[in-house]
Design a protein around this ligand. Structure first.
Ligand code: G3I
Length: 357
């Protein structure tokens, strides 16, 4: 009987997984289609993803079904950063990422790894035993071991890595002088990519940057950095524009031009951490309508560029967003509202996904 019960439990999941894996083609442009975001993305030939965090199924039973219904890619919001995967020297912890990957694999979802090398004074993504190092060779050895161990552990299950996150000054266009830059020089970036490529030759390796979606000196610096790395033969396969639209709205034409300039270098491009706050005071309907247009402007810019393969949101419901604790409540930056209902932004995004050729 126990065996039979087990079979009954396993069968629906496996059927569901197969269905997800196939993502049976649906014509989302047909009248009355009412597609999910992942169905629209599949039809458009791109992936649509979301940052994942530990949310209790008891406290919030809607979280996982909503994620798997609308998204076919996930990025863990914090559990694949150095402070989580190697919290103490030589002690690795992959439990939470492994749990997320099991969920992703059971639901036909790709996995982006975020991130191997990221150190900033205001962020606790890299542990103090790393930032306290003063000897270049010690840091070089530690970084090599970290990348080899982490990428090796996930090899074959993580299709893309943000190898180096935010290499530029947050509000500038120079290389940020993190501990890796200070001790190893700017070459730390190339070394990190070489190590990641050696550890998983099949993974798509990304340089990931913030505040570079609209035009500006910082984007120009990212473009020049990417070109320089490619010139050196560094295996930079992709560039991620994070897309945190907090202080300014997406500018469709500027974003399109930026994506095209990067694609012209021969890399794939992705929007990797998108949130677009509902800005302005107006009444809720006006704010949300403006946000719908901004979601469309962002997504349609990606879909106009062949090399733009994925849009990932930094969360997917206003119930769980980093922005609440960092910038304040009620900024409503994501496609689903606090009750997992589709906002106008959801439809703007879906139309943007379907706006391509
Ligand atoms: O997991 C610990 C928990 O055990 C502890 O009790 C708690 C209180 O100290 O901290 C928890 O870790 C926090 C983690 O989020 C999980 O909640 C870290 O302190 C906190 O710094 C971390 O914040 C994340 C931040 O990156 C720094 O890693 C945010 O959730 C995440 O949204 C944010 O995401 C970044 C991207 O990685 C890079 N681009 C910018 C983006 C927004 O800052």
């Amino acid at each position: 009987m126990r065996y039979l019960r087990a079979l009954i439990i396993v069968l629906p999941l496996s059927v569901f997984a197969l269905a997800c894996e196939g993502d049976d083609p649906v014509d989302c442009r047909a009248d009355g289609a009412n597609c999910s975001l992942r169905e629209a993305a599949v039809q458009a030939g791109v992936q649509v993803g979301a940052a994942f965090r530990e949310v209790s199924a008891t406290d919030d039973p809607k979280y996982l079904p909503a994620l798997t219904a609308d998204f076919n890619s996930v990025t863990h919001e914090h559990a694949m950063k150095w402070a989580a995967t190697q919290p103490q020297y030589g002690v690795f912890n992959f439990d939470e990422p492994d749990r997320m990957i099991e969920i992703a694999e059971a639901n036909g979802m790709a996995v982006r790894g975020h991130t191997l090398v990221w150190e900033q004074a205001t962020v606790d993504a890299t542990p103090e035993y790393v930032t306290a190092i003063t000897d270049p060779e010690e840091l070089r050895t530690l970084m090599a071991n970290h990348i080899r161990t982490v990428v090796g552990h996930f090899r074959g299950r993580v299709d893309a890595w943000d190898v180096v996150n935010e290499p530029l000054d947050t509000l500038g266009s120079e290389l940020y002088q993190n501990i890796f830059y200070q001790l190893m020089g700017p070459g730390y970036i190339a070394e990190a990519f070489e190590l990641a490529h050696e550890a998983d030759p099949d993974a798509t390796l990304f340089l990931n940057e913030a505040l570079v979606s609209n035009d500006g000196d910082k984007f120009d610096a990212l473009l020049a950095l990417t070109a320089d790395l490619l010139e050196q033969g560094v295996p930079v396969h992709g560039v991620g524009l994070q897309g945190h639209f907090l202080t300014e709205a997406p500018n469709h034409d500027e974003l399109l031009a930026n994506l095209q300039k990067l694609a012209a270098l021969g890399v794939v491009v992705e929007l990797t951490e998108v949130d677009i706050i509902a800005r302005g005071q107006g009444d809720d309907a006006a704010r949300l309508e403006r946000q719908r247009q901004e979601f469309f402007d962002m997504a349609s810019a990606c879909l106009a560029v062949e090399a733009c393969k994925r849009i990932t949101f930094w969360g997917f419901t206003d119930r769980h967003t980093w922005i609440d604790s960092f910038f304040g409540p009620d900024l409503a930056p994501l496609p689903l509202d606090e009750n997992y209902e589709r906002k106008p932004a959801y439809f703007g995004l879906r139309d943007g996904l379907l706006s391509g050729p």
